[in-house]
Every structure is written in structure tokens, then in C-alpha cells.
Design a protein around this ligand. Structure first.
Ligand SMILES: *Cc1c(COP(=O)(O)O)cnc(C)c1O
Length: 412
């Protein structure tokens, strides 16, 4: 009977309008959906039910780091799902231990806590910071974060997020968070003190519009944390796993945080997050302090191991650096051709933000989608490009063609 159901599912014609009706009626309205339904992905392309290809420069929001349906990742998932999916964290499973060892070998950290998302990784980091601080002094509980940051959607994460629009409808919020303007060294110096348990920063603000921290800013954050006995936490949920042209963005700055949070690209599309820590921060949690039923299960950790294998085997971190530089230079040509619409490019590797004039970002995103190009707007003034790290220079040429066609049709 189950075999029959599987056969029926695979053969069923995809009916766009039916799914749309169900979605409208029965899925909570947390997303304003783009007018397209994808049914399949391969490499850097997604396909709708009519078979129309879309070149994907968004990668599920920096998630599909190795592209869609990479055969090695698919095979690893097929094998693991036929072997063992889940047993809970009451028992040891090899893939989780292997992933922790791999992440530690590839970074400057000593231990990992696994979870299922970026927000959860930050929750873990926030709980570590609070327990660490209170262990020193009861008043050492303040967490300093940046304005225009984004740290996720749980209550603590929206409170850490320095953008009131994410939290104002959900008060009362957890206390003990302080906000500073990003990249303002003096403001950071003014607020961090002995009651600061942690400074939490994105090395490159992603949702806030692709704004890299300055070298001086992150170095100052490290010095202040050391001076006041606070933890330095980097939220690398978006910047981590090769995206910026180094495996971790902190390596771009030569500043090693005490805690680093990961998610998005780590599982290549399978939900997994991680909170990595070193020193005292790595030893703060003891049994009973924190946990998650699904976290680090054999399927999710196998996915992350496969992603890390592919990254190394295909030199994708180096590819992000090289193709990112090429994409940046080709976008510079577009800026010359459309100076009234397109400004400068910010970011590193394959995490790029294109400045857009006349608040046209959403209009450009919609036009590009029609033309078979997936890009994304963070606000009205920035186009965000976070493509698969497998992107090739020929894909960039195609993307620029499609973007040029889109911009020409806007005639602004
Ligand atoms: C996306 C993102 C998050 C939240 O991750 P979720 O998996 O959506 O919970 C947190 N921090 C940063 C920097 C992000 O880009």
C-alpha cells in the first residue's frame, strides 16, 4: 500500500493552483511569497512545473552551499536514511561525534553543541554567555549587540536583533540586551564594561544589507571582551561554511571569537545548526543545562559531513573567493551601464550586496524572476546575492545577461 502511495506521489501531475489554494488557506501567513512554485533543483538551477529554468543566486538564502541535489550529498542522505535517522541525544551516534571532531579540526574551537537552526544556535550561545557571566558575578548578564543586526526569530534572538520591527509586537521581551551602532568603535567602548557577559556580532551583517565589519571594529571587540572578561560571540549563521572565501569569516579578520554560531550552509539544505566554543565557554554547559530532541541526529550530521567533504573536494571556499571577485567585477560593468539604478557592491566572496537607487530593489527582483534569475532584496536599496558556492564563471556571465535584460526593461 505504501509502495502504491509512493508511486502515486511521483506520478501525480503538479497542480500549481491547487498548492496555492492550500497554502493560502492553511499555512500561517508569515511569508509574502514570490509568484512561483519550484518542483526540482539541479546544481545552480531551480525548475518550475512547466520546466522553466531559474538560475539561483539565492541558494535558499545562503543554505544550498553545494548547489541543489549534489549527487554526493544525495547519496549520503539516501544511505543514512536507510541506516538510522534518529535515536535522540540520550544515546551516542557516530555521525554527530564525527561532525564535532571535523568542525573542531577545521576551526579554532574545542566543542560543539548541535541544534536545528540559526536562531537555536544563537539561543545556545546566549545561554552559555549568561551562565558564564553569572558564574563570575550575578550582575554580569548584559549582552551587547549591534543595530541592524539579525540573529533569528525566537524571543531571545529577536531581542538580540537590533531591529525593532522584528520584536515590537512580541513584548515583553527578555531583558539584558544593549544595542550599539555597528562599526562604531567608540560606541562599543562606551557600553562594554564588567557587567557585560558577551558581545554578539555578525562579521558581515547579512539581513541588514550585507555590511562587513571593519577590521578595527572586530579587533576592538576582541580587546574589550578580553579586558572585561566578556565572551566574544560571532554569529556566522550566514557568513560561515566557505561563503566569504574563507571557511569562517573570522579568519578574514584574524579575530578569533570565544563562541561561533552556524546554520544555513552547514547542512546544504538539511536543517542543522551548531554552536562552537573554546576555553571556558566550551565547558559552561553541564548535563541538564541545554538540549534539543532532534539536534545533531544522524541524518542532519551526515548532511553536514557530506557538505564539508564536498567543500574540500571541490575547493569551493577558493571558488567562492575567485567567482565572487569575478561577479563583483561584472556587477561593476552593470553599474557603468545603469548608473541611475545600480551603485556599488559590498561584501566578500559569494556574499554580496548591490546598492540600488530609486528604491527599486524589489522591482528588480520581480523582473529578474520573470526572466529566470533568482535574486533577493534586503530592504528597498540592496540586492543580496548568496548563490551556491559551486557557481562557475559561465554562470556569472549568464546571470549578468539576465540582470542586464531586467534592468534595460525597467527604463528608469
Ligand atoms: C538567517 C540568520 C539567522 C537565523 O537563522 P534561522 O535558521 O532562520 O533560525 C541568524 N543569524 C544570522 C546572521 C542569519 O543570517
Amino acid at each position: 500500500m505504501l509502495a502504491e502511495a509512493i508511486a502515486v506521489n511521483t506520478d501525480a501531475p503538479v497542480n500549481n493552483s491547487e498548492a496555492k489554494i492550500w497554502d493560502n488557506a492553511h499555512v500561517m501567513r508569515t511569508y509574502a511569497r514570490q509568484p512561483v512554485e519550484f518542483v526540482r533543483g539541479e546544481g545552480v538551477y531551480l525548475y518550475d512545473a512547466s520546466g522553466k529554468p531559474y538560475l539561483d543566486l539565492l541558494a535558499g538564502i545562503a543554505v544550498c552551499a553545494v548547489g541543489h541535489c549534489h549527487p554526493y550529498l544525495t547519496c549520503a542522505l539516501q544511505q543514512q536514511s536507510a541506516t538510522l535517522l534518529h535515536v535522540s541525544n540520550l544515546y551516542l551516534t557516530e555521525p554527530q561525534a564525527r561532525l564535532a571532531r571535523r568542525l573542531v579540526e577545521l576551526s579554532d574551537f574545542e566543542r560543539a553543541f548541535f541544534c536545528n537552526s540559526g536562531a537555536e544556535a544563537n539561543e545556545a550561545a546566549i545561554k552559555i554567555a549568561r551562565k558564564y557571566g553569572r558564574g563570575i558575578r550575578e550582575s554580569k548578564t548584559n549582552i551587547v549587540t549591534a543595530l541592524k543586526s539579525f540573529h533569528g526569530r525566537t524571543l531571545a534572538a529577536i531581542t538580540a536583533t537590533g531591529q525593532p520591527k522584528y520584536s515590537e509586537n512580541f513584548a515583553p521581551l527578555p531583558g539584558g540586551f544593549q544595542y550599539v551602532p555597528f562599526n562604531d568603535v567608540e560606541a562599543l567602548k562606551a557600553v562594554v564594561n564588567e557587567d557585560t557577559c558577551a558581545i554578539l556580532l555578525e562579521p558581515i551583517q547579512g539581513e541588514g544589507g550585507i555590511h562587513p565589519a571593519s577590521m578595527e571594529y572586530l579587533r576592538t571587540a576582541r580587546e574589550l571582551a578580553d579586558h572585561h572578561g566578556s565572551l566574544l560571540i560571532f554569529d556566522e549563521v550566514q557568513t560561515g561554511v566557505g561563503r566569504t572565501g574563507k571557511l569562517w569569516a573570522y579568519q578574514q579578520y584574524g579575530v578569533i571569537p570565544d563562541v561561533m554560531t552556524l546554520a544555513k550552509g552547514l547542512g546544504g539544505g538539511v536543517p542543522i545548526g551548531a554552536c562552537l566554543a573554546r576555553g571556558a565557554a566550551a565547558e559552561t554547559f553541564v548535563p541538564g543545562d541545554h538540549g534539543s530532541t532532534f539536534a545533531g541526529n544522524p541524518l542532519a550530521t551526515t548532511a553536514a559531513l557530506a557538505v564539508l567533504d564536498i567543500l574540500a573536494d571541490e575547493n569551493l571556499t577558493e571558488n567562492a573567493r575567485r567567482v565572487g571577485a569575478y561577479l563583483t567585477s561584472r556587477l561593476g560593468e552593470l553599474q557603468q551601464k545603469f548608473p541611475a539604478l545600480i551603485g556599488g557592491v559590498r561584501g566578500m566572496g559569494l556574499m554580496l550586496g548591490v546598492e540600488v537607487f530609486q528604491s527599486a530593489a524589489r522591482k528588480i527582483v520581480a523582473g529578474a524572476l520573470d526572466n529566470g534569475l533568482i535574486i533577493n532584496a534586503t530592504g528597498d536599496d540592496t540586492i543580496r546575492l548568496v548563490p551556491p558556492l559551486t557557481l562557475a564563471e559561465a554562470d556569472v556571465d549568464r546571470a549578468i545577461e539576465l540582470l542586464e535584460k531586467t534592468l534595460a526593461s525597467l527604463r528608469m
